[in-house]
Design a protein around this ligand. Structure first.
Ligand code: 1PR
Length: 550
């Protein structure tokens, strides 16, 4: 097998990239010292998180000059995400740290006017050179494919600027802003998107690069793209995982978080078993799921570092599933069974190394938010959210919220933020607030969901996974009031969760709320609908979704 050299110099999920390279028929060798770069033929530079952190790590490790030399010598080079950004002169993210300066442009932060930042999800990369309706494609980057992006800073696209210097460019649009999605010139190919997380479209570009299929294929999109770019509506499949009564890890699903069968008395009720985690994840990937989430729902009982089966699930899944994987459950500071303290950052690192792209924090985020308010809205720099987002970037930290409705007669009856609901309770109360819970809904806290969102955003969370205990497993549709209320308070993306029962519910949530993504569980596990059916339904209703690519 031909060899590709991969630089693992900074925190991030490089396992997925290695898996993707192997999937397209190449062998990966890791760069362990600057000398390895001098001896390499094909070099890939990945990177996630902060521009400054990545470039400083490269500089301190003595890698910058060998990379520059590799590029100048004409050998194939590919940069991914911050690996693309490092080719530019600098970034507003860390103004004092210079990039390699191969391109004299700077990265700027996306404006959050009317849109969530970070930019997370599936977007286009349209080649900017066109003859008639045909696009001049490079390295298999196709005008009607969608690619997975996750970043807050980008190179603004100014038509003609890079092209004048001989670069091929593919551009994307986020809100009103156009930015550089991919570039190529000579031996260099670099993408802002993550090809290793972009399903078959992404594997296709890695394959094209490794086969040196640079230029120039003219392609007319198979159909006229109704919109000129922008994020697609993400459909996410969620797998709640726990040990069943025989000790095997299974995918389960609760009603209002009760995952045991309805028949029988309490102790004898069995844990619902809806399938095997790795198999179901692969099935949903093949059906076109845009992301997969695993939640280890009994993690509060165990030390996750000893939870080898969960890590094994991630490792095996990341070999066949090339869309983002999120893992939640038990991400917090721990004391191991032998008394050794283990930080949340170390726990997260184990998950990232096993194939996770994001980690999701539930209970610990509530505790951290409580401390934030006790300290007068101050951050400490030591919470799990802060330490993990500092090391891996905000985009890698999801906060999973498990709220439930608390009805009151009038807003003055509570200190918490209330909404007037169209669904009064049996007592006729028509105001409610959303109370945060921990340990999978087992304990309620004196904190509302808006307070939580504000606090975790200040700490550096990149996304909110918004469950709803009242709606969970009901199949009656999402809690649109909750989602609208949280979206009004959040600048970061929100994933709507709990209550999906049919494709119409996804239409409702995208139509009636500005949610960034929607998640389903039970309806997919029970085989009532496939992810593909939901997407086809949404596509038929005029929503912009990522189509399945064979
Ligand atoms: O607190 O950091 O250890 O994380 C524990 C994680 O496990 C949290 O993300 C919490 O939401 C989750 N969790 C804990 N107990 C349960 C349970 O069900 N007993 N599952 C649980 C939460 C909610 C969704 C579910 C949607 C969609 N599951 O992920 O998949 O409600 O379901 P539906 O479409 O079928 O309605 P920590």
């Amino acid at each position: 097998m031909p060899v590709v050299h991969l630089l693992d110099y900074v925190a991030g999920n490089v396992r997925s990239l290695a898996n993707a390279i192997q999937k397209v028929g190449y062998q990966v060798e890791w760069i362990k010292s600057p000398d390895d770069i001098r001896n390499s033929e094909v070099l890939i530079l990945p990177g996630v998180g902060h521009f400054g952190h990545c470039v400083s790590q490269l500089s301190e490790g003595g890698y910058l000059e060998p990379i520059r030399h590799h590029i100048e010598s004409g050998k194939p080079f590919m940069g991914i995400c911050v690996g693309l950004q490092a080719l530019f002169s600098g970034s507003d993210e860390d103004p004092n740290i210079p990039g390699l300066g191969l391109l004299q442009l700077r990265l700027q932060k996306f404006s959050n006017k009317g849109k969530s930042v970070p930019h997370i999800g599936w977007n286009s990369a349209k080649p900017t050179s066109q003859i008639g309706s045909a696009y001049e494609c490079f390295y298999g980057v196709r005008p009607d494919s969608k690619y997975y992006y996750v970043h807050s800073y980008s190179v603004p696209y100014i038509p003609g600027t890079l092209e004048k210097e001989g670069w091929s460019v593919a551009a994307a649009t986020y809100g009103e802003e156009m930015f550089v999605g991919a570039i190529a010139r000579g031996n260099i190919f670099a993408t802002q998107f993550h090809p290793e997380k972009s399903g078959r479209a992404g594997l296709h570009t890695i394959h094209a690069f490794l086969n040196s299929q640079m230029l120039r294929v003219f392609e007319t999109p198979s159909q006229v793209c109704r919109d000129c770019g922008g994020l697609t509506k993400r459909i996410i499949a969620c797998l709640d995982v726990r040990a069943n009564d025989h000790g095997d890890l299974v995918v389960t699903k609760g009603d209002q978080y009760d995952v045991r069968e309805k028949n029988g008395v309490d102790a004898s009720r069995k844990v619902r078993n809806l399938g095997k985690p790795v198999e179901l994840a692969k099935r949903y990937y093949e059906q076109g799921a845009d992301e997969i989430v695993f939640l280890n729902i009994t993690s509060f009982r165990d030390c996750p570092l000893k939870d080898v089966p969960m890590l094994e699930i991630l490792r095996r899944t990341s070999e066949t599933v090339f869309v983002p994987l999120t893992i939640g459950g038990g991400i917090r500071d721990l004391i191991d069974k032998d008394g050794t303290p283990i930080s949340a950052l170390e726990v997260a690192t184990v998950y990232f190394k096993s194939g996770a792209d994001k980690i999701s924090i539930g209970s610990d985020a509530v505790t951290a938010a409580e401390q934030y308010y006790e300290a007068g809205e101050k951050v400490f720099g030591t919470t799990a959210i802060e330490t993990i987002s500092n090391a891996y970037g905000n985009q890698a930290v999801v906060v999973s919220v498990d709220p439930k409705r608390i009805y009151v007669n009038a807003p003055d009856d509570t200190t918490h933020h209330t909404i007037k609901t169209a669904y009064p309770n049996a007592e006729g109360q028509s105001h409610c607030w959303y109370q945060c819970t921990i340990k999978g809904g087992r304990e309620s806290r004196d904190l509302d969901v808006r307070q939580l969102v504000k606090a975790v955003e200040a700490m550096g969370a990149g996304e909110i996974l918004l469950n709803c205990i009242d709606k969970d497993g009901s199949g009656s549709g999402f809690d649109l009031e909750l989602i609208n209320d949280v979206k009004a308070a959040a600048n970061i993306p929100v994933i709507a969760s709990s209550g999906a029962g049919k494709p119409l519910h996804f239409e409702e949530v995208f139509e009636k709320t500005p949610t960034d993504a929607a998640l389903g569980a039970g309806m997919f596990h029970r085989g009532e609908y496939t992810v593909q059916e939901v997407k086809e339904y949404l596509g038929g209703k005029g929503f912009f979704i990522r189509k399945f690519e064979a």
